[in-house]
Design a binder for this molecule. Structure first.
Ligand SMILES: [Cu+2]
Length: 238
């Protein structure tokens, strides 16, 4: 639980340094459309206090200490991890539990699971939480009318679309392997994530197969990037 936080903080710190002048604008490092800048700016400003508290509360484990303004500011620049999708962060070891944020840029360009690739131990739990927008956590599985990209013997999952009244979803992963999942409202935006469970053999993982032809282009691109990073993660795991 602490590691992803640290990772995020580290990235946030890095992003914060270069993005200091853009502070408050959530992730406009890439596509700085005026519309987004406005949205991000006002959102960041308005939610400063709340975001700070929420962040500290989520971290639980003494996150309050470094809950500095700059961290809060760079939390907002998490959106610039869209940039980071090119360099999807890798954990060095699996965790018992993790949280993933679901983020939406107002203009739809920053839709993402953050971080998009997580690694838990067998039996580990991932909790997804809405940060902005409305999203779902939906396994690539025939039960959800999609090709299977989770282990053969694993159970499918689908959060349905989460809203503010119901902002979190959690799933416990009992079967080792690579799981690809997507956001149903934002498949066309390539909002896809991967959960690695245990230390699976990369060979024969449905979640590492090339993206199926029937998948939307943006989703296929996300899957291809995630596959690359997942392979790296599993290589380093040995
Ligand atoms: Cu979404």
């Amino acid at each position: 639980m602490s590691d992803p936080t640290l990772t995020r903080r580290r990235m946030a710190a890095l992003a914060g340094a270069s993005a200091a002048s853009l502070a408050g604008c959530s992730g406009i490092l890439n596509d700085s459309s005026p519309e987004e800048a406005t949205d991000a700016g006002s959102g960041g400003g308005g939610s400063d206090g709340a975001a700070d508290e929420t962040g500290a509360g989520d971290d639980g484990s003494g996150g309050g200490g470094d809950g500095s303004d700059s961290e809060n500011g760079s939390e907002a620049t998490d959106g610039s991890d869209a940039d980071g999708t090119e360099t999807i962060p890798l954990q060095s070891e699996p965790r018992d539990s993790l949280t993933v944020s679901m983020v939406a840029g107002e203009d739809g360009t920053k839709l993402q699971f953050d971080p998009p690739l997580v690694w838990v131990k067998t039996g580990g739990t991932v909790t997804w939480g809405l940060e902005s927008g409305n999203h779902s956590v939906t396994a690539y599985h025939p039960d959800n009318d999609r090709p299977q990209r989770i282990p053969e013997d694993a159970s499918s999952f689908d959060s349905d679309v989460l809203a503010e009244s119901n902002p979190t979803f959690e799933h416990t992963f009992e079967t080792p392997g690579v799981y690809d999942y997507y956001c149903e409202p934002h498949r066309a935006n390539g909002m896809v994530g991967t959960v690695v469970v245990g230390r699976p053999d990369p060979d024969g993982q449905s979640g590492l197969a090339d993206p199926q032809d029937e998948l939307l282009d943006a989703a296929s691109e996300s899957i291809t990037r995630l596959n690359e990073r997942t392979r790296e993660l599993l290589e380093d795991a040995d």
